[in-house]
Design a protein around this ligand. Structure first.
Ligand SMILES: [Zn+2]
Length: 135
C-alpha cells in the first residue's frame, strides 16, 4: 500500500511550488484565449494560448520555490487594488441593512455609520471634518 500512485505523486511533488494564484490566473488566461480563438475563428490564438498554459505548468512543477513565491507575491501586489475593490463592494452589500455609507465632504474618505440612529454627527476618521447626516 505504501507505493500507491497517489503517494508517489505526493513524493514527486515534494519541494515543488504547486498551484498558486499566479498559475491559476495563467490557466484562466489560457482558457480565455482558447475561447476567444473559437469565437473569432482565429486558430493562431490557440497557439498563443499555449504560452500561459506552459508557464503555469512550469511554475506548478518548479523546484525554485522561493523564486516562484516572489513572482506570485509581485503578481498579488499588482492585482490587489482590484481584489480589495471587490472585497469592499462585497462587505458594503452585506451590511447595507445595518450600516450607511457616507463620503467625507472634505477628503472623500468613505465612512461607515450604523443605520437608524436619526440625525448624527459624523467625524471623518481621516481628516477630522465634522458633518451631520441622516442615518
Ligand atoms: Zn475627511
Amino acid at each position: 500500500m505504501k507505493n500507491n500512485p497517489l503517494n508517489r505523486l505526493q513524493k514527486w511533488m515534494m519541494g515543488r511550488n504547486g498551484g498558486d494564484q499566479l498559475s491559476l490566473a495563467l490557466l484562466i488566461l489560457s482558457l480565455l484565449l482558447s475561447i476567444v480563438s473559437g469565437i473569432l475563428d482565429l486558430p493562431i490564438i490557440i497557439y498563443i494560448s499555449y504560452i500561459p498554459f506552459v508557464l503555469a505548468v512550469y511554475r506548478i512543477f518548479s523546484k525554485k520555490v522561493d523564486k516562484r513565491r516572489l513572482e506570485n507575491y509581485k503578481f498579488m501586489m499588482k492585482v490587489s487594488p482590484i481584489y480589495s475593490f471587490y472585497h469592499k463592494r462585497k462587505t458594503t452589500l452585506k451590511d447595507r441593512k445595518t450600516h450607511k455609507y457616507f463620503k467625507c465632504p472634505n477628503c472623500k474618505q468613505g465612512l461607515r455609520v450604523p443605520k437608524g440612529k436619526g440625525k448624527i454627527n459624523i467625524t471623518c476618521s481621516k481628516c477630522g471634518t465634522k458633518f451631520i447626516k441622516q442615518s
